[in-house]
Design a protein around this ligand. Structure first.
Ligand SMILES: Cc1cc2nc3c(=O)[nH]c(=O)nc-3n(C[C@H](O)[C@H](O)[C@H](O)COP(=O)(O)OP(=O)(O)OC[C@H]3O[C@@H](n4cnc5c(N)ncnc54)[C@H](O)[C@@H]3O)c2cc1C
Length: 424
């Protein structure tokens, strides 16, 4: 039976959409299969009465070399290049400035020690100062960046991201998720609410099976998260065990968000930032009145995100409200009300926030990015060599996988339908 499509893309997040854009630009037929009933995956903007809040990716990291910036500008999405709120502390917070300075210095020292640790145990927790006064702060900040406890962070992996990041963080007032979703070309065939259950190799390419039936294509591009890939939701051809093992070495950490709406008479400084408690690893980073909207966004990483995962949204709202009361006074409790809370780690088709290499496993990203028999190509944030964890890294990985599939198509065309090894 012939192939119905040049390629089937599994997963319609930033990577799947990046792959679809490349294939469509080259005039190839692509089918995009997505388990969820919406596009975007971890890129998800939800409108709350005129406030388009990003529940997943929000910041155009390394904005000066981020592919989504050009896509945004070509599609009429405003890119806000002003300084992010975390560069502007909310005035009047009762912090001891010396404490804040000491906490920041402890984080900087930990970061510096990571270079030596990367060459020995590669376990980022070994760079913590034994009994260090600010270890809770270092853990919380590492949790925002790597989403897990330092015991489970590869120092080499952490440093690879840091070294490549340009430090420019830009913003899309209409939402990062809205941009990702809007960028899917109309020529791509899309099926939402269609979970892929198995992928088989055939003599002519691949057969991709869902509950609705089996579709054939010359190639498949798999963009699901490492949590999904390491699990048993999708049956893959035999021989792909090393890819599953690589995915398991790149687990998704936790990052969750809680949004609170603020009553109009509460006085907060727009577009400012506050950190909950420098001595609590579960503490959140607060974005206050982003874009002037009457909203406070709490970003919880690692131990803080665990509150939402294990105890649910009500516990997340309570934790954020208690921290805000401690920062701004008891009147805050009656001025805020719950608006939204995420649960990325509970969504079975995602399973967490973004990937983090386990100690000694930073090479797993390169292993995961390898094609399987030049028919099955792997993309997704976790496969990027240094922009992992980001939506632009995901996009670029999708384009890289599409380029590999296009090269394989051309090669097979040159050598006949089955490719150069068909006579072997
Ligand atoms: C809270 C949070 C904050 C973040 N902040 C930022 C940020 O500020 N800046 C930034 O750049 N990045 C940020 N990120 C990370 C960024 O969102 C991700 O790295 C990126 O969106 C991942 O894209 P992806 O395509 O690799 O994976 P995904 O978005 O996970 O896409 C994979 C898709 O595959 C689908 N799928 C799974 N199983 C199947 C199946 N069996 N069949 C069919 N489809 C399937 C899923 O439903 C999903 O839509 C954040 C993430 C979170 C969670």
């Amino acid at each position: 039976m012939g192939s119905e499509f040049d390629a089937i893309i599994v997963g319609a997040g930033a990577a799947g959409i990046g792959a679809a854009r490349r294939l469509a630009a080259q005039g190839k037929s692509a089918l995009l299969l997505e388990a969820s009933s919406r596009l975007g995956g971890r890129a998800f903007t939800q409108d709350f009465g005129g406030y388009p809040l990003d529940l997943g990716c929000e910041w155009l990291r390394s904005g000066d070399r981020n592919a989504w910036v050009a896509i945004a500008e070509a599609s009429g999405f405003l890119v806000d290049r002003s300084d992010p709120p975390w560069t502007k502390a909310h005035p009047g917070i009762a912090w001891d400035e010396d404490d804040e300075e000491a906490a920041r210095k402890a984080f900087g020292d930990w970061n510096e020690r990571l270079t030596q640790v990367a060459q020995v145990s590669d376990r980022a927790s070994d760079a913590l100062e034994p009994g260090g006064e600010w270890n809770a702060y270092v853990r919380a900040i590492a949790g925002f960046m790597s989403r897990v406890a330092p015991e489970r962070i590869s120092a080499a992996d952490y440093l690879a991201y840091d070294a490549a990041s340009t430090g420019w963080n830009w913003h899309l007032p209409l939402g990062y998720g809205a941009l990702v979703v809007a960028s899917l070309p109309s020529s791509v065939t899309l099926r939402l609410a269609t979970s892929v259950e198995r992928i088989d190799r055939t003599t002519e390419g691949v057969a991709v099976s869902t509950r609705a039936g089996t579709v054939r294509a010359r190639d498949a591009i798999l963009t699901v998260s490492t949590a999904v890939l390491a699990g048993d939701a999708i049956r893959l051809p035999s021989g792909t065990e090393p890819w599953r093992e690589a995915a398991a070495a790149l687990p998704l950490g936790r990052n969750e968000k809680v949004f609170l709406e603020i009553g109009c008479d509460a006085a907060f400084e727009p577009d400012s930032h506050a950190y909950g408690n420098l001595r609590d690893a579960r503490s959140a980073a607060y974005s206050i009145l982003p874009n002037g909207w009457p909203v406070i966004g709490a970003f919880l990483g690692g131990d803080g995100a665990r509150i939402l995962e294990e105890e649910g949204p009500a516990a997340g709202f309570a934790h954020a409200t208690a921290e805000l009361v401690a920062l701004f006074g008891s009147d805050v409790a009656s001025a805020v009300r719950p608006l939204a809370a995420t649960s990325w780690s509970r969504i079975s088709s995602i399973g967490g926030a973004y990937s983090c290499a386990l100690p000694g496993q930073s090479q797993a990203r390169a292993r995961l990015a390898q094609p399987f028999e030049d028919r099955l190509f792997f993309a997704g944030e976790a496969t990027h060599p240094f922009d992992f964890t980001t939506a632009h890294g995901a996009h670029d990985s999708g384009q890289r996988a599409a380029d590999e599939a296009l090269a394989a198509l051309r090669e097979r065309h040159r050598f006949g339908r089955r490719g150069p090894l068909s006579a072997a």
